[in-house]
Design a protein around this ligand. Structure first.
Ligand code: FE2
Ligand code: FE2
Length: 267
């Protein structure tokens, strides 16, 4: 990697134990297929669908995950709060309030390539305490001298906001990848300025449910308008990810490839 090129595998929201097993089961074949240098995983749904615990984060790191990004479910498990402050490579959105636990960007290094990773939350239909675009600019500025490549995970509900951020950061970061909707979009491409972009990577978990939830329960809640205790679906697990190959030039991508794989592919 002496010319500062690298391949980054980014995995969309891992949902529950089934999502975790799907990811871990597919990693060996992914390593063969993609030969990635960095592995970044959105882990906001790994603890039974909501949040993450220190034990689960440690399991991901032991499996070779370099950075974990989060989102609106960051604080659902209390035991993660101290961990978010202590462990550099786990990120909550940078545009949360400064007093909320954790931090929004970090740098990891492999060989002589330094990868900066930024976690951001949308403002539209989301509850982030601070403005998205200003914080994106601040994070990119902070990483300017610290990283050779920068990957941004924008965790957002609104397609428009994610598309706008792709254009806003085009030519300034290596990749902007969207998460949170759990459904992959078909718009992966390298923008004219050299930034790899996709509106939503999708999720790693049960495709047989409703964005991760058992479908009978999700339908019941919607049809009856009464409270329903949600459980994660166990049906039809898939991995949704993207592989980004960087250009030799700093903060530019050469390609982005969407990877949609059933868990059965691990066998
Ligand atoms: Fe999610
Ligand atoms: Fe989310």
């Amino acid at each position: 990697m002496s010319d500062k090129t690298c391949t980054i595998l980014f995995v969309g929201d891992v949902v529950g134990g089934l999502g975790k097993r799907t990811l871990l089961g597919l990693l060996p074949s992914l390593r063969e297929r993609v030969a990635y240098d960095f592995l970044v995983v959105n882990g906001e749904n790994i603890a039974g669908g909501v949040g993450i615990t220190p034990k689960l984060a440690d399991q991901l790191f032991s499996a070779g995950v370099d950075v974990i990004t989060l989102g609106n479910h960051t604080y659902r498990q209390r035991e993660i709060y101290a961990y978010l402050d202590e462990r550099e490579e786990i990120l909550r959105p940078a545009n949360f309030l400064k007093r909320q636990p954790g931090h929004g960007w970090c740098v990891v290094q492999r060989g002589d390539v330094r990868l900066g990773v930024v976690s951001l939350s949308g403002n539209l239909f989301m509850d982030a305490g601070r403005p998205l675009f200003a914080e994106a600019d601040a994070a990119v500025h902070a990483l300017r001298e610290r990283a050779d490549h920068v990957l941004v995970d924008l965790h957002g509900e609104a397609t428009s906001e994610k598309v706008a951020m792709g254009w806003h950061l085009d030519g300034r970061v290596t990749a902007v990848v969207g998460t949170h909707t759990h459904v992959p979009t078909a718009d992966a491409r390298v923008l004219p300025g050299g930034t790899a972009y996709i509106t939503d990577v999708g999720m790693t978990g049960p495709r047989g449910g409703v964005i991760g939830v058992r479908r009978e329960l999700a339908i019941q809640a919607m049809a009856t308008k009464m409270p329903v205790r949600f459980e994660t679906s166990e049906e039809d697990p898939w991995l949704n990810a993207v592989a980004i190959t960087t250009a030799a030039e700093p903060r530019r991508a050469a390609s982005i490839e969407q990877l949609l794989m059933p868990a059965a592919a691990a066998a």
